[in-house]
Design a protein around this ligand. Structure first.
Ligand code: NAD
Length: 293
């Protein structure tokens, strides 16, 4: 397969690398050149711009930060609608607004492009290990066409409904992850204030109902106050905006989620947007007069 891969960041870089290793002809494009060079070292090819990347592609995969970035790649002058061949499969793995994903799908179908929204979960470690969980929206035939590629980068690939559904499920995922991290942060500060050994405390908590993937993946780094991303607060702030808007659109209340959205926004406003989302811990410490970093 000839694959155009656009957006070779923390997630897209390793995903594109796995597709090269699986034998595909991967042409990469990214705003900064360094990430393209890394792909070329792994056996991929470099495109000069988006049009150059998508022109001959059978499949275009996009993995960029936000809704306007994907809209630019689809609707822009050198974008997918203007330059991809009819029949091209467009798999958008970015996390964006479900309504934007639906609008993109409609415009692409009109031009004979086959849209699939396939946001991912699992973070950088799962991207590196090709073990992402992928929630997929789109027409059944298009999703089946995308499946072998998605299974190259992920180990849980589930078709959840028509165009935009993958993004809706991802919004729910981000709601749950942010709430989980906030409560883990509060538990850690609480345990430390009681002079409990947090390594053994987290080990026993992981074995019970409080155990979680968040605890397994973030517990040790939060104890060590290591907040290198990973998943940046800036991106989680974007995602809390997506889920609060989508909840409002559906007329449902997410009171705890709305509160956590404020906490994420506050941490970002304090200049910590570039830190991993586990840095919510810093704010709990500050609220408790126990800042350590
Ligand atoms: P990132 O900022 O590391 O990478 C995004 C890349 O896209 C950058 O390298 C940037 O240069 C490139 N880019 C942006 N606009 C572009 C354009 N118009 N043309 C070419 N390249 C362009 O972000 P990331 O962490 O890899 O996240 C990407 C998406 O995946 C986001 O939507 C994010 O919410 C989602 N996501 C991230 C994680 C995570 O743990 N980092 C986990 C799951 C989902």
């Amino acid at each position: 397969m000839r694959i155009a891969f656009i957006g070779l960041g923390i997630m897209g870089g390793p995903m594109a690398g796995h597709l090269v290793e699986a034998g595909h002809d991967v042409v990469g494009h990214n705003l900064s050149r360094l990430a393209v060079d890394v792909l070329v070292e792994r056996g991929g090819r470099a495109a000069t711009d988006t049009a150059d990347a998508v022109r001959e592609a059978d499949v275009v995969i996009t993995m960029v930060p936000d809704s306007p970035d994907v809209e630019g790649l689809v609707f822009g002058e050198d974008g997918i609608l203007a330059h991809a061949k009819p029949g091209t499969l467009h798999i958008d793995c970015s996390t964006i607004r479900p309504d934007v994903a639906r609008r993109i799908a409609e415009a692409e179908r009109e031009r004979g492009i086959r849209p699939v929204d396939a946001p991912v979960s699992g973070g950088e470690p799962a991207a590196l290990e090709a073990a992402l969980s992928i929630m997929v929206g789109g027409a059944p035939d298009d999703v089946e066409a995308a499946r072998p590629l998605l299974e190259t980068v992920g180990n849980t690939v589930v078709h959840v409904g028509p165009a935009g559904s993958g993004q809706t499920v991802k919004a729910a995922n981000q709601l749950m992850v942010a709430g989980n991290i906030q409560l883990l942060a509060e538990a850690l500060v609480f345990l430390e204030a009681h002079d409990v050994d947090t390594e053994s405390a987290l080990a026993v908590l992981q074995g019970g109902l409080a155990g979680s993937t968040v605890l397994a993946r973030k517990g040790a780094t939060m104890r060590a106050r290591t907040f290198a991303p990973g998943f940046r607060i800036d991106l989680h702030h974007k995602d809390m905006g997506i889920v609060t808007a989508a909840a409002r659109e559906a007329g449902v209340a997410i009171p705890l989620g709305a509160h956590v959205a404020q906490l994420v926004g506050s941490l970002r406003a304090q200049g910590h947007g570039g830190l991993d989302h586990s840095a919510l811990l810093k704010q709990v410490e500050e609220l408790s007069g126990r800042a350590t970093t």
